[in-house]
Design a protein around this ligand. Sequence first.
Ligand code: FAD
Ligand code: SF4
Length: 502
Amino acid sequence: MPDPNGFLRYPRRLPERRPVPVRISDWREVYPPAGAELIREQATRCMDCGIPFCHDGCPLGNRIPDWNDLVRTGNWDAAVASLHATNNFPEFTGRLCPAPCEAACVLGIGGGDPVTIKQVEVEIADAAVARDGLRPQPAPVSTGRSVAVVGSGPAGLAAAQQLARAGHAVTVYERDDALGGLLRYGIPDFKLEKQHIDRRLAQLAAEGVEFRPGVNVGVDVTAEQLRERHDAVVLACGALAGRDVPETPGRQLRGVHQAMAHLVAANRVVAAAGGGQPAPAVLPDGTPIDAAGKHVVIIGGGDTAADCLGVAHRQGAAGVHQLDLYPQPPLGRDETRDPWPTWPWILRSYPAHEEGGERVFAVAVREFVDDGTGQVRAVRIAEVTVEKRDGRRVVSVVPGTERELPADLVLLAIGFEGTEEQPLLAQLGVRRNARGAVDARPDWQSDADGVFVAGDMHRGASLIVWAIAEGRAAAAAVHTYLGGSGALPAPVEPAAQPLAAR
Ligand SMILES: Cc1cc2nc3c(=O)[nH]c(=O)nc-3n(C[C@H](O)[C@H](O)[C@H](O)COP(=O)(O)OP(=O)(O)OC[C@H]3O[C@@H](n4cnc5c(N)ncnc54)[C@H](O)[C@@H]3O)c2cc1C
Ligand code: SF4
């Protein structure tokens, strides 16, 4: 029986973040471990609601009140088992998820403070490592069937683990030199230190998953060869086609780059410092890309932009502006627009924002300004209004508001246009839809029979929690397709959408 008064006795509390001057001098995670006592206290705030709305916010169907109560009563082994029953990689979601479950928590009604679900999750996940080092769970019997997974992000890895544990022989193909998808070279270490990925990969390997990094499927191995070798294929290639602004004057100048180019180069430097291959901060063509001593302008207001901001601080930028097309959101939920328990449009400040830099809202870049040598020296911006007309976004410039911001390095973090067009798709006869994503039938198969699709490649750029949920659901469909006995858990259907009011 949970403590019905826990939330009255204890306010919502998170662990203190490491001090800004300390953390921007290294690449370690921003949050230190919370400590068992704080987590027990925070788990005690959960009311074990008759209708746990937190479940509706989570596509994985995490059993949140169950593990909150197990933590409250000190049953850590049972909490670990309960969390892993629905989530292959809680150490990723516990660190990185924006926590739609917390937005849906009953304690958040009327501006209240939800349970710190995500923090409890990460502490349980880390307890699992401390207790038995993520003990492998190999399948007792082999089915004799073989599955190829293309892409080693959270969707591909979740599908691989589910299928291997069900007895199928799984090979994960990844074109990068290291495994993990965006977790590896997209998301910086100050959000996710890479030993968490390596530990899971060791577990998957011990469960029989074979990894083939450095293999670009469609180029190094053809789709036909893949289909000859395996009984089914899961595509989990992500949504990595970066949106661009080719029409903005000066886009071709040196110093104007896609955000991902900056993040990948920076992550490779950090990986090298930790014992990986030596890597200077350069683009694949050798062009240096580092914020040290530079005036940096980041265009965009989401996760990617905030990650660039944190990287720029750690590289020693002279100053950073982060530009957003939209006006500054409200600090609290607007119930008329996004009623509880939906995901609210509010000002989201990441730890990177308390480290420095200036956010500028409701502006658009009119021109990247040349210093006369082909290198960017400034961006010319103007204030704008944005409205929806006939379902389309219309951006209007406010006359007389143009000004320049100094800029030696400009990073475009304005989203993604779906999965990349690549030889693999044509070889399989799989098409991208109008959003640049790959459609799945209700059984997760793409246009090509026996070829399944999951994660960002199917959903468009989304979240890790959705990638894991789709990877699990696609694995369940593959298992059925291969005639496996019993049913694997399938937390979402291809048409599932986040909780919304309209
Ligand atoms: C900078 C950034 C920060 C983010 N931060 C967060 C966050 O804090 N929280 C959150 O929930 N989400 C975050 N996201 C979103 C999250 O990372 C993605 O939703 C998630 O990684 C999608 O997983 P996936 O497995 O579908 O694809 P990905 O992680 O993109 O992995 C796809 C993999 O497929 C590989 N691949 C593609 N084609 C081939 C091929 N032909 N052969 C072999 N391999 C191939 C790619 O190299 C890649 O490794 C962030 C995204 C970005 C870009
Ligand atoms: S909605 Fe909040 S209080 Fe209720 S069960 Fe879920 S986490 Fe606990």
